[in-house]
Design a protein around this ligand. Structure first.
Ligand code: NBP
Length: 480
């Protein structure tokens, strides 16, 4: 037994993760259900480091130093359970099983419970960054026991992305915490992408600008507060020309966005926890709307627009002002989406006893993953100022940043409504902002209605207690 870490499941992700370990000087045991993938890895990448290939699971396990560290990188769901079942009889107390696939966090909680009962450590780990990240340095979000992190952590930190010398990997929390945080990361990614798409649509329709011109605008935005991987690739994609037709590439892509499910999980969990993650929800529903073909055909054929003329002057200054308005609205909406996502992490952390450090999550998302961005530093700083910050938006830095763009944000959302540009994420983010800052909400009326038809009771603003009004009788109030 001489391998320090093992990877089972050698499709794109596992193969690249194994190469990443080897390139960092670790001796890596490698295994895959069908041996061909193991062979091709060793043939093609064997020169990159020290691999120990095994055809059987038993040989694979036997090739690992104790306590064994086995990374499972197979298709999430039943495949993960099948691999765990195969591994279990071969492992011994204290060994560490890492699930680095995209598991749904309740599955991770279940698996951790089962494995810890047998004296094993189960580490559900979020890994973000796709194929390239797995090879060159992903953002890694490991859950599980702190004890397991002591020996596993340094290896994961070594292969993770680095920003300013800091690894994009840290201990997240017990059982499902790592996969939970990865799920919210993906949900935020949905919101971020939707916001960027809405900004593009506004620039396209408001300015009548070409994809290449808008690509230039995004390239400029990438040198400011918005600097991020997603803005950078947006500039690139918008300037890309389709080789076959000579058209802008984005103009020949069918306008139906697909999804694999992490956005849906995030929204479902937001509903379960009662946390308003409207940015993520609108982004997920916007993808669903894009794919609702019969509804879109019927709507397109039947629904009038009654839009107004754009009020953007034709001169360069007016156009530049509109571009700046959209930039400010995008930034403000983005802050709202992230603020909501971090609220969701706080709520789940409290519910599950995970004690997740939100500032540390922003720190490990600065590199390797899809939402990597300059402004994550600002989030880390906000939680360093106050680890229990109830609302990220209320941190002084974000209050000022959003406040500076507030008038622009309102102009953009109003213009979008008047001109018939669908901006569900921009609009709902502004509505959330106004809702969360309101001194009084019309929820009072809703609670009164609930008491009227269902005797659901209400509390009063002027004294303690719970009350019910006899609506259908003499309308006297009783203490409930
Ligand atoms: P896939 O998700 O396509 O899974 C293929 C691997 O699963 C192969 O090694 C396959 O073995 C193995 N496998 C299956 Br399918 N059923 C199995 C079973 N019953 N027993 C044992 N092995 C089984 O691979 P991937 O795209 O590399 O992704 C791996 C994990 O990483 C997934 O959970 C994914 O969600 C996650 N992830 C992917 C990305 C990405 O960008 N692709 C990013 C982040 C996370 P075989 O070769 O014998 O068929």
């Amino acid at each position: 037994a001489r391998a320090q870490i093992g990877v089972t499941g050698l499709a794109v992700m596992g193969r690249n993760l194994a190469r990443n370990f080897a390139r960092h000087g670790y001796t890596v045991a490698v295994h895959n259900r069908s041996y061909a993938k193991t062979q091709s890895l060793v043939e093609e990448a064997g020169h990159e480091g020290d691999f120990v290939p095994s055809e059987s699971m038993a040989d694979f396990v036997a090739s690992l130093e104790r306590p064994r560290k086995v990374v499972i990188m197979v298709k999430a769901g039943a495949a993960t359970d099948a691999v765990i079942d195969e591994l279990l009889p071969l492992l011994e107390e204290g060994d560490i099983v890492v699930d680095a696939g995209n598991a749904h966090f309740p599955d991770t909680i279940r698996r951790e419970e089962a494995l810890s009962a047998r004296g094993l450590h189960f580490v559900g780990t979020g890994v973000s960054g796709g194929e390239e990240g797995a090879l060159l340095g992903p953002s890694i979000m490991p859950g599980g026991t702190r004890e397991s992190y002591e020996s596993l952590g340094p290896i994961l930190e070594a292969i993770s992305a680095k920003v300013d010398g800091t690894p994009c990997c840290t201990y997240v929390g017990p059982n499902g915490a790592g996969h939970f945080v990865k799920m919210v990361h993906n949900g935020i990614e949905y919101a971020d992408m939707q916001l960027i798409a809405e900004a593009y649509d506004l620039l396209k329709q408001g300015l009548g600008a070409s994809a290449a011109e808008i690509g230039q605008i995004f390239a400029e935005w990438n040198s400011g507060d918005l600097e991020s991987f997603l803005i950078e690739i947006t500039a690139d994609v918008l300037q890309h020309v389709d080789a076959e037709t000579g058209s802008a590439f984005v103009d020949i892509v069918l306008d139906q966005a697909e999804q694999k499910g992490t956005g849906r999980w995030t929204v479902q969990n937001g509903l379960d926890l009662g946390v308003p993650i409207t940015g993520i929800a609108e982004a997920t529903f916007a993808r669903a709307l894009s794919g609702s073909v019969p509804q879109r055909e019927a709507g397109h054929a039947a629904l009038p627009a009654h839009t107004q003329e754009w009020e953007i002057g034709a001169d360069d200054d007016s156009r530049a002002r509109f571009v700046e308005d959209v930039r400010l609205a995008l930034y403000a909406s983005k802050v709202v989406a992230y603020s909501q996502g971090f609220d969701q992490i706080a709520a789940a952390s409290a519910e599950n006893g995970w004690d997740i450090d939100r500032g540390a999550m922003a720190r490990i998302w600065r590199g390797g993953c899809i939402i990597r961005a300059r402004f994550l530093n600002r989030i880390t700083e906000a939680y360093e100022r106050d680890a229990n910050l109830p609302l990220l938006l209320a941190d002084e830095y974000f209050t000022n940043a959003v406040g500076n763009g507030l008038a622009a944000w309102r102009r953009v959302v109003a213009a979008a409504a008047q001109n018939g540009v669908p901006t569900p994420a921009f609009s709902s983010s502004l509505a959330y902002y106004d809702g969360v800052r309101a001194e009084r909400l019309p929820a009072a009326l809703i609670q009164a209605q609930r008491d009227f038809f269902g005797a659901h009771t209400y509390r009063r603003t002027d004294r303690e207690g719970t009350f019910h009004t006899q609506w259908s009788a003499d309308r006297t109030e009783q203490e409930a």
